[in-house]
Write a protein that binds this ligand. Structure first.
Ligand SMILES: C[S@@+](CC[C@H](N)C(=O)[O-])C[C@H]1O[C@@H](n2cnc3c(N)ncnc32)[C@H](O)[C@@H]1O
Length: 271
């Protein structure tokens, strides 16, 4: 009897152009599809993506007391929120509960989905933050964020309209406990926020940065700038959510997606 096997492969060569991510599902009647497809799979790619833990300091991660449950359970899913994977959203929600920040900054909210995750987490532990400011350049998104926060009974977030490089309150940034960065993903913008904002962050501040893929096949300009900054400054106090998925053996569609391009990185400033 012929068996149908389903497998995920990386296509090199001409076929690659037809698949945006380079990943596709193949159905084959061959008994051992991997043997047949192995020539088309870049071994290095598979190793990079599925096996290598990219956080450079596993002891740092082990000592944080994280759990698999933090990835699997969290805030109720909103079908309109496709910005983060459910695993990333769950982890963000649970991690904020764990670190209990009282001074929060974000750029940028888009329509307020990530803002609401952080704010709902604070509400669950009865924290009304000293400040929670989020910066958005698009007028329409400012309105939508305010609307979404109102709908979710969140009244302690100030949505600041304008280019965050101009609008952020640098005195507040110096006091910030938790900063979420998910904005313009260009290298130019990243260079600017790294240069202008990072030296101001206090010891112990947690920074979450979204859309930072460590995978060299999908590495954005922003990711390159950030990883170069970490390297040049000998920073090892960070991890990707994709690392946690490997450590806690959480597999699913999110695993492929998170490892491909949408990886959320957490860094604790250490001075
Ligand atoms: C990827 S979206 C944010 C998604 C959001 N964090 C979420 O998870 O739902 C990026 C947002 O950054 C905003 N943005 C881009 N450049 C900006 C800038 N210089 N200052 C402020 N906001 C900016 C865009 O208008 C867009 O709404």
């Amino acid at each position: 009897m012929a068996h149908i096997y389903r497998t995920t492969i990386w296509l090199d060569g001409p076929a690659k152009e037809h698949f945006k991510t380079g990943l596709c599902y193949i159905e084959t009647e061959e008994k051992e599809p991997h043997n047949i497809l192995i020539d088309r799979v870049s071994k290095q790619y598979i190793e990079d993506r599925f096996y290598n833990i990219t956080c450079s300091n596993i002891n740092f991660v082990n000592n944080l007391g994280l759990s698999k449950d933090m990835l699997l359970n969290g805030m109720k899913e909103n079908k309109n929120d496709s910005s983060m994977t459910s695993i990333e959203r769950n982890f963000l929600f649970n991690f904020v509960k764990k670190i209990m920040p009282r001074k929060v900054m974000e750029f940028s909210p888009f329509r307020g989905f990530s803002t609401a995750v952080i704010a709902s987490s604070l509400k669950e532990i009865n924290i009304c933050p000293d400040f929670f400011e989020t910066h958005e350049v698009d007028k329409e998104n400012v309105k939508l964020t305010n609307f979404y926060l109102h709908e979710n009974n969140i009244d302690f977030v100030k949505v600041v309209e304008g280019d965050v490089l101009q609008t952020i309150d640098k005195e507040k940034l110096k006091e910030t406990d938790f900063l979420l960065i998910d904005s313009d993903h260009s290298d130019e913008f990243a260079k600017n926020y790294i240069k202008q904002f990072f030296p101001l962050l206090k010891n112990g501040c947690w920074v979450a940065i979204h859309d930072i893929s460590h995978d060299k096949h999908f590495c954005s300009g922003e990711a390159r700038e950030l990883l170069t900054y970490f390297k040049e400054n000998n920073i090892f106090t960070y991890f990707h959510v994709a690392d946690l998925m490997k450590i806690f053996q959480v597999v699913g569609d999110d695993f492929i997606y998170s490892n491909a391009r949408n990886t959320l990185l957490f860094w604790q400033v250490s001075k």
